[in-house]
Write a protein that binds this ligand. Structure first.
Ligand SMILES: *Cc1c(COP(=O)(O)O)cnc(C)c1O
Length: 391
């Protein structure tokens, strides 16, 4: 890579000029193709992070590259007051995927898609309270942060939005008493992602729907991580036979291009002009990328692939159960985690040495978010290497 700086220079730049917000992983990524990335020294890795579940079609998927190249050469920016074809097409498709009878607000990230739902819930119900789960992660802007569980993330920034009532995840009785006539909305992840890859039970999801309907609160699913096919259905809520009043998407939707979307049942969309908005939201570049992602998922039958490969890979991970540091492998589709009896951090560093990029999900869980196009050969290799690093 002749046009690249040397690795030490790249590290020094970020160390000198970037705010101290991230625990750096000790390599600089330079390029990617499919499920692989290469660092600044030319070393190849199997990427099971995909930028936290962003590059769901792998890196530089031809359909995404073609769509954004075409759009770059046409129009990148189109503020929402002006109509645009790519945006309209995307909104129609998202409403169809939701099951019809809904409207969309486009934004640029997960936390923004949650903000849009938070404000919508207060706007529509004229109530103030929210209910969220223990170990939930909903983002880091002040509104979404109010719903996020971890004390370390929240404490320095209080007072945040409230009141927020906490309920134990998968605790039906607790949920029934947490949602009241003061609740504007209940926010839930169908599978807790950052919270350790914990799927909801069908019973819990059905109870969530019933109690919200009963109390007149909105049921909002945060599918920023679980959505766009990650669990083998386009929306994870489809596994549970429960439809929310609003659903938040982001991460994988643009296949690598920043985009967020909040989709809500038509009857609850009571926003009037200028009550909410976004400068970049609905831009044609991100919309073109998302349209290409959604078309490719359909054309290449990727939901089926995610479902089959997820079962296959989970089986492989479960076969590590004889290892003494192994506690449990779990997840849905290609959102999978291995809980260990030891901190995940050192194992992640060992995986990097052996050419695999993975993520933490809490202290002791190694999280895998491979792209949907990953080969069986690469999944085998990741499982094999995981077996080598777990004693
Ligand atoms: C990542 C994530 C968010 C926040 O998304 P950003 O794009 O980082 O703002 C919110 N909710 C869930 C469930 C997430 O996984």
């Amino acid at each position: 890579m002749d046009d690249c700086m040397d690795t030490k220079e790249i590290f020094e730049l970020e160390q000198k000029y970037e705010m101290n917000l991230y625990t750096k992983r000790g390599i600089a990524l330079a390029s990617g193709e499919g499920e692989f990335v290469w660092d600044s020294e030319g070393k190849k890795y199997i990427d099971c992070t995909t930028g936290v579940g962003v590059a769901i079609l792998g890196h530089r998927h031809p359909a995404v590259v073609e769509a954004i190249t075409r759009q770059v050469n046409r129009l990148m920016t189109c503020y929402e007051p002006f109509y645009n074809e790519e945006r309209g097409k995307l909104e129609k498709k998202l409403v169809e995927l939701y099951g019809g009878g809904a409207k969309v607000m486009l934004s640029n990230s997960g936390t923004e898609s949650v903000e849009a739902a938070l404000k919508l819930a207060r706007r529509h119900t004229k109530r103030k309270g929210f209910v969220a789960a223990m170990n939930a992660f909903h983002g880091r802007s002040s509104g979404a942060l109010s719903l996020t569980f971890k004390e370390k993330y929240r404490a320095p920034f209080e007072p945040l939005l409230g009141p927020v009532t906490r309920t134990r995840y998968n605790d039906v009785e607790g949920l029934k008493s947490a949602v009241t006539q003061e609740t504007a909305a209940l926010f839930l992840e169908p599978v807790q992602g950052e919270g350790g890859i914990r799927p909801a039970t069908v019973e819990f999801m059905k109870a969530a729907r019933d109690v919200c309907t009963d109390k007149g609160a909105l049921l909002v699913f945060d599918e920023v991580q679980t959505g766009c096919g990650r669990t083998g259905k386009f929306f994870a809520f489809e596994h549970f036979g429960v439809r929310p009043d609003a659903v938040c998407l982001a991460k994988g939707l643009g296949g690598g291009v920043p985009i967020g979307a909040t989709i809500a049942r038509e009857e609850v969309c009571t926003y009037t002009p200028l009550e909410h908005g976004s400068t970049f939201g609905g831009n044609p570049l991100a919309a073109a990328a998302a349209n290409a992602v959604l078309e490719t998922i359909e054309k290449d039958r990727l939901l089926e692939k995610v479902s089959n490969d997820g079962t296959y890979f989970l089986g492989k991970l479960k076969s590590l159960s004889s290892k003494s540091e192994f506690r449990e492998a779990r997840g849905m589709g290609l959102l999978l985690g291995v809980e260990l009896k030891v901190p995940a951090k050192e194992k992640l560093a060992l995986l990097i040495q052996k050419g695999v990029l993975a993520l933490p999900a809490g202290e002791q869980v190694v999280r895998f978010l491979p792209p949907y196009i990953i080969s069986r050969g690469s999944l085998d290799r990741v499982a094999e290497i995981m077996g080598e690093v777990v004693a």
